[in-house]
Design a protein around this ligand. Structure first.
Ligand code: ADP
Ligand code: MG
Length: 683
């Protein structure tokens, strides 16, 4: 296959050349196959013309009309030429305007009919179109009379460039796509043929053909992904791991100020079974914020240490590392188990000491941030690797940790609520345990979406709760691009409320620009109650646990993803006090209102992420890339849920009947899988 025309470098496609090849490489397009898998994000329906009078404001439409006025040209500024003309199709008049397209004046004239394609602007009775595409009616139709693809672009590349290049590439490979889906499978799931599908996805001759083509390509993409994952998982589970002996857990359990919930017990039993089996554990623990995942990790670590192995617990932030370290020491110190912290901000000397002791086997549990991944962080006999807040790490980091031991067991934990259907796709290579209940004393958090008019009442409400001994968080607006600006706005807010709204209360401030020791100090003060209010950026997003805090105020909540708001909200409601979450919504848009409404109505992370997915699409919600998966070329996990279900049934049949190995109709799929798999392993 690699020899085939599909792998010809893109520069050899007509209309490309060296310079464009360079631009295309920015989109990850290097060869013919890549450009053909660069799928349109949308389509322009220029296939049939409609009456001008029927067009509504904002609609893209093709009309067939002739000029009814002279063409006028004006030059209001240097560098700006405006060409205007009025046209009609008998149903209504339409004013056309072109900017800086001087050639138009010479290419159209009275007495002929033209197709015009563009966006209609309707102001009262006046109809307008800016920069319409023009084609003469009796000429060979190239840019009208058909459905045209709209591609994602990059700088230096126009829609028309990409359309041309794609068309040329299609011409090179016409009829040469190899059909890998067996005819029986295509019949059963009504999947169109592969050559037809690639042709039609780029230049559909009708919308129904387009739908068929798309379905087939989505089906194929999801099918290969699922089969590849089962393949990976098969290898993982077959992999031998450590066979741990049973351990009496009561010394640790007796030290806890609470009893495990049934949900926690169930999940830990699953972990014990994994650890005691010959196979290597490869398990994801999914549990909503506050469901008590940390203690599950500690239990597993205890079991590993009691079996004579070391464990490592990696978390995404220093604040979280410190916090887990404190709770771990409290439990383990008296049990004769040594826990040490390892983070990037520690002094080199300290780090070196921890590394040395770890290597010599004098430390049982290392708890830290990315620092534990460093090459010189070596273990004596690492038996268990745990990552908390898995969504912050990639598959590769997980893998990097696990090679520090000999097939250590793996446990990953996430609070990011992932819809069940999605987790199947995203975590297909892991076994999943779900902590599906919160500890019993929790009261549902009351959430309110408010605007500035409520500000004073909110601050009074904070005062009242602080007077009763509680604490509050105030989270500042998210500034995606700049941690610096984010930090400054947090500083400003803290200063303002110290001087004004919350004068007299002890207000602390924490943000990403503080030194680690400063962060730690502020967190310590908040934990031990010497601060009433903590103004913060999203550095407290994950994992932070101060059960006495019961109010979470989020400024500019509309800027956050719902999954993220849910995470932030999860910082309260961790104790027995009634907790509150106040969302300041500065946006008046309908969609923001809807999103806030979802937060107000639901405390269920799964439900929230499912709704968010509906509103925004999965890429936005999770950043699929973070899961270490290839990004989808065509499938959209929300839109294509129905296709995914069909794929799952097909996969089941293929696996149950061992078709990949036993049915020669499936050999092409198997070969493709091996190709994909080899590529993934190499990357
Ligand atoms: P998360 O799942 O969000 O990581 P944590 O592990 O931080 O949750 O636990 C949240 C809080 O709940 C902590 O204060 C923890 O001590 C407490 N907790 C955990 N398990 C239980 C339980 N079974 N009963 C009561 N409280 C619990
Ligand atoms: Mg946690």
């Amino acid at each position: 296959m690699p020899e085939s025309i599909f792998y010809q470098p893109i520069k050899y496609v007509k209309g490309v050349g060296e310079a464009r090849a360079k631009i295309l490489s920015k989109l990850g397009i290097y060869n013919v196959s890549d450009i053909l898998s660069w799928f349109p994000r949308d389509y322009e329906d220029r296939s049939t013309f409609r009456k001008i009078s029927e067009a509504s404001d904002g609609e893209d439409i093709l009309i067939k009309a002739s000029l009814v006025s002279d063409i006028t040209e004006s030059r209001p500024r240097r560098n700006l030429t405006i060409t205007k003309v009025m046209v009609s199709d008998g149903s209504a008049f339409l004013n056309l305007t072109w900017f800086n397209q001087k050639y138009i004046a010479n290419s159209i004239k009275t007495g002929s009919e033209y197709y015009f394609y563009g966006k209609i602007k309707r102001t009262g009775m006046l109809l307008e179109m800016h920069n319409p595409v023009v084609e003469k009616v009796d000429s060979e139709q190239k840019i009208t009379g058909r459905i045209l693809p709209v591609y994602p672009l990059t700088k230096g590349l126009t829609q028309n460039n990409l359309r041309k290049i794609t068309e040329n590439a299609l011409n090179m490979v016409r009829g040469k796509f190899q059909e890998i889906l067996p005819a029986s499978l295509r019949r059963e799931y009504k999947l169109s043929e592969v050559n037809f599908s690639y042709e039609q996805i780029h230049f559909p001759s009708s919308f129904s053909n387009l739908n068929e083509a798309r379905k087939r390509l989505v089906f194929e993409e999801l099918l290969l992904l699922q089969l590849a994952m089962i393949h990976t998982k098969g290898e993982n589970t077959a992999q031998k791991g450590i066979k741990y002996s049973p351990v009496d857990m009561s010394p640790l359990l007796d030290k806890l100020p609470f009893k495990l919930t049934d949900a926690q017990k169930k999940v830990f039993r699953e972990i014990e079974a994994d650890m005691e089996s010959e196979k290597r554990m490869n398990r994801l623990i999914q549990g909503d914020v506050g469901s008590g995942k940390t203690i599950i990790a500690f239990l597993a670590l205890y079991k590993a240490v009691k079996n004579g192995y070391q464990g490592v617990f990696m978390v995404p932030t220093e604040i979280l590392a410190e916090q887990h370290y404190k709770s771990a020491s409290k439990l383990f110190d008296d049990l004769g188990i040594t826990v040490r912290l390892l983070t990037g901000s520690m002094k080199k000397r300290e780090k070196d000491e921890v590394k040395k002791l770890t290597k010599d086997g004098k430390i049982d549990i290392v708890l830290g941030t990315h620092a534990v991944l460093e090459e010189d962080a070596e273990f004596y006999n690492l038996g268990l690797v745990i990552t908390d807040e898995q969504h912050r790490f990639g598959v590769r980091q997980r893998a990097k940790l696990s090679i520090k031991g000999e097939n250590p067991d793996l446990l990953v934990m996430t609070a990011t609520p992932i819809p069940r259907t999605l987790s199947l796709v995203l975590y297909g290579d892991l076994d999943v345990s779900v902590i599906d209940a919160l500890p019993p004393d929790r009261k549902p958090i009351k959430t309110y979406a408010v605007n500035d008019a409520m500000r004073e009442r909110i601050y009074n409400f904070i005062r009242k709760n602080v007077a009763e001994g509680r604490q509050a968080y105030i989270v500042c607006p998210l500034v995606e691009e700049s941690e610096q600006i984010e930090a400054e706005s947090a500083e400003e807010l803290a200063e303002r409320i110290r001087e004004n709204e919350l004068k007299g209360l002890r207000v602390g401030l924490i943000h990403g620009k503080l030194r680690p020791s400063e962060k730690e100090e502020v967190m310590r003060q908040f934990v031990d109650g010497s601060l009433d209010v903590l103004v913060s950026t999203t550095v407290i997003e994950v994992g932070v646990n101060v059960p006495n805090a019961n109010i979470m105020v989020i400024e500019n909540a509309e800027r956050f993803g719902l999954a993220q708001l849910h995470q932030l909200r999860g910082r309260v409601g961790r104790g027995s006090h009634q907790s509150y979450c106040i969302l300041f919504n500065q946006s008046k848009s309908e969609i923001s209102k809807q999103r806030m409404e979802i937060m107000v109505k639901s405390n269920d992370g799964f439900e929230i992420s499912e709704k968010d997915l509906e509103l925004r699409g999965p890429g936005d919600v999770f950043g699929v890339r973070q899961h270490g998966l290839p990004e989808f070329k065509i499938a959209n996990l929300y839109r294509d849920m129905e296709i995914l279900k069909e794929v799952q049934s097909a996969v089941r049949k293929i696996i149950d009947n061992n078709l990949l190995n036993e049915d020669c109709d499936y050999r092409p799929i198997k070969e493709r899988l091996i190709e994909i798999y080899n590529k993934r392993v190499k990357e």
